[in-house]
Design a protein around this ligand. Structure first.
Ligand code: ZN
Length: 380
């Protein structure tokens, strides 16, 4: 998979979020063809009958939807019509309570949900559930249920997904990180990373691992390679992890630092994360940040050698082993590459198999290929 198709897949996935489906109701004139079935539906105020027919009352001259809350007429005073047009043609007037001449409730609900999606799209901040429900003319509970049924997501999850998708789309178009964030409606990077917290379904500050230990700050964001987790200890950047979604990154992070106190990055951390994301997007210059590299003496030697490989070039595991003076330790070198916690900055993606094949990459072969292609392009 090329970098290009990786991005296209992401853009395609992002568009799935827009597909709004309102559940079909079991309606249609067919199932309410017989008059006694219609009468039963009127007595039951059956919502499934709402699109199927209207009924009129000869003593009042008014016609209604089957679900109208008004008092039921006597059976003998009720007349049935296929739709509002027929009832009007027969001289009946539409009821002011149930508005039988307008669109059916299921259509109105579909419109309301589509309108809510549009509101979410254009709002700079994520609208509250109360505001969305009020705009839709529905109760909080009813709106939430309908929205979830139509989109498969809660309004909040929908808003967060759309926002993340817009960031990815912007980056795929080649916008700068800041530009893409701004375009997606994040007025500052700070808000972006605050939103990333809620993508996790929990506050990272509530996310604790192990007992005593040092404090490591972290944040999860989006870059053109997918989700990215950046973490920093008191000594420097200690993790840059890449993945398809935030949750697996958090788990990987937790597994790598089991005894640390993991805390969500604050506003001050934002600049650091933006710096790292910027470097990942254009990995040519030098990331001018202190690194906190943790590993055995052997791993540290391998990672040091990795950092000496110029951007835009690749070497084999065998050459790398020779470079650290242990030509027999090819497998050990490969393991050390796989154990790297500081992706891109310690460029384990620049190591390939002797036959030129890409071999593995902790964060996925497509990302490795994308990084190599990105670096080669700039060099060429
Ligand atoms: Zn009515």
């Amino acid at each position: 998979m090329t970098a290009h198709s990786l991005r296209n897949d992401r853009a395609a996935a992002a568009h799935d979020d827009l597909d709004v489906r309102v559940p079909e109701q079991a309606n249609g004139a067919g199932s309410f063809a017989a008059e006694d079935v219609r009468w039963r539906a009127v007595l039951d105020r059956d919502p499934a009958a709402d699109d199927a027919f209207v009924y009129a009352v000869i003593t009042t001259g008014i016609y209604c939807r089957p679900t109208c809350p008004s008092r039921r007429p006597l059976r003998g005073n009720a007349r049935f019509f296929a739709d509002a047009g027929e009832a009007s043609a027969a001289g009946f007037r539409p009821c002011l309570r149930c508005r039988p001449e307008g669109s059916a409730p299921s259509e109105r609900q579909g419109d309301a949900i589509r309108e809510a999606c549009r509101l979410i799209e254009v709002s700079e901040t994520i609208p509250s559930l109360d505001a969305l429900a009020e705009a839709a003319g529905l109760s909080r509970f009813h709106f939430h249920r309908l929205f979830k049924a139509a989109t498969g997501l809660t309004p909040k999850a929908y808003a967060v997904a759309r926002r993340a998708a817009r960031v990815r789309e912007g980056l795929a178009r080649g916008d700068s990180v800041t530009g893409a964030l701004y375009e997606a409606g994040f007025a500052s990077n700070g808000r972006f990373y605050a939103a990333a917290d809620s993508m996790l379904g929990m506050k990272p500050s509530d996310y604790r691992a192990g007992g005593r230990g040092e404090e490591i700050r972290f944040a999860v964001g989006e870059c053109s390679l997918g989700s990215i987790l950046v973490a920093e200890s008191g000594r420097g950047v200690c993790a840059i992890l890449l993945g398809d979604a935030p949750e697996p990154l958090i788990h990987e992070f937790e597994g790598r630092f089991p005894n640390a106190r993991l805390v969500g990055g604050d506003a001050a951390f934002e600049a650091r994360v933006a710096q790292v994301v910027g470097f990942v997007e254009a990995p040519h210059g030098k990331l001018d940040l202190p690194l906190d590299i943790r590993g055995t003496a052997f791993q540290q030697r391998v990672w040091k050698a990795l950092r000496d490989i110029p951007a835009g070039t690749t070497i084999t595991y065998k050459t790398l082993a020779a470079r650290i003076g242990q030509p027999e330790a090819v497998r050990g070198v490969a393991s050390a590459c796989a154990a790297n916690a500081i992706g891109v900055v310690i460029p384990c993606h620049r190591v390939v198999r002797t036959d030129g094949g890409l071999a593995g990459y902790r964060w996925g072969i497509a990302r490795k290929q994308a990084l190599i292609a990105r670096e080669a392009q700039k060099e060429g």
